[in-house]
Design a protein around this ligand. Structure first.
Ligand SMILES: O=C(O)/C=C/C(=O)CC(=O)C(=O)O
Ligand code: MG
Length: 218
């Protein structure tokens, strides 16, 4: 029997639950109201891509955006997890990108359709190596940044989140039971912008980790 290792959670085929509009400055830059409840959507495990492989622009989009986000790796599953014990369910963290076909998302929004085509395509979730819980003692207090071709585009701080990590774990798990190996993307700070074929994206979290991805087109 092969044993699964949580440090390679992206190979487990588990859920990716994404939180949207969790930073007021990002909600405002896209002219959205600041939410009073978390906005949720999903990506399939086929969205994962690791460094060394490219982010692919979907053939039906001409405006692919980067969104740098803190990912929470679930280590212990549960349903209706209380906020007070939520952090006991966290195995660790990952630096993630929520790649978004913004033109497609705008079209879906105007037609009242779900965001699947805009958010869930192959390679829409570039992910770093696993970051142990010990390396981030306070996940609500870390700096995230992203550069495109060496130019800083996003430079935010998780202290700016509207809904805290314990609140998100509790809120999500009441609706969608969490399982070991699931990943929660906690939303992006301001500064999202377009990327093109051949661009290089570099993202980092504090002085803990950086990751680099090239953009390609099928
Ligand atoms: O409502 C919109 O126009 C866009 C929302 C998002 O893409 C939400 C996120 O994914 C996020 O805030 O991280
Ligand atoms: Mg996002």
């Amino acid at each position: 029997m092969t044993t699964r290792n949580i440090t390679r959670f992206w190979e487990w085929g588990r859920k990716i639950i994404c939180v949207g509009r969790n930073y007021a400055d990002h909600a405002k830059e896209l002219k959205n109201a600041v939410p009073t409840e978390p906005v949720l959507f999903l990506k399939p495990p086929s969205a994962y891509v690791k460094e060394g492989s490219p982010i692919l622009v979907p053939h039906y989009s001409s405006n692919l955006h980067h969104e740098v986000e803190l990912g929470i790796v679930i280590g212990k599953g549960g349903t209706a997890i209380p906020q007070t014990s939520a952090m006991e369910h966290v195995a660790g963290y990952a630096l993630c990108l929520d790649m978004t076909a913004r033109d497609v998302q705008d079209d879906c929004k105007s037609k009242g359709l779900p965001w699947t085509l805009a958010k869930a395509f192959n390679t829409s979730c570039p992910v770093s190596d696993f970051i142990s819980k010990e390396k981030i003692p306070d996940p609500g207090n870390v700096n995230l940044w992203l550069k495109v071709n060496d130019k800083m585009r996003q430079n935010g701080h998780t202290s700016q989140m509207i809904f805290s990590i314990p609140y998100l774990i509790s809120y999500i798990s009441e609706i969608i039971s969490l399982e070991e190996g699931d990943l929660i993307l906690t939303g992006t700070p301001k500064g999202v912008s377009s990327v093109q074929e051949f661009d290089e994206l570099q993202a980092g979290i504090e002085d803990i980790l950086t990751m680099t991805f090239k953009v390609d087109r099928l």
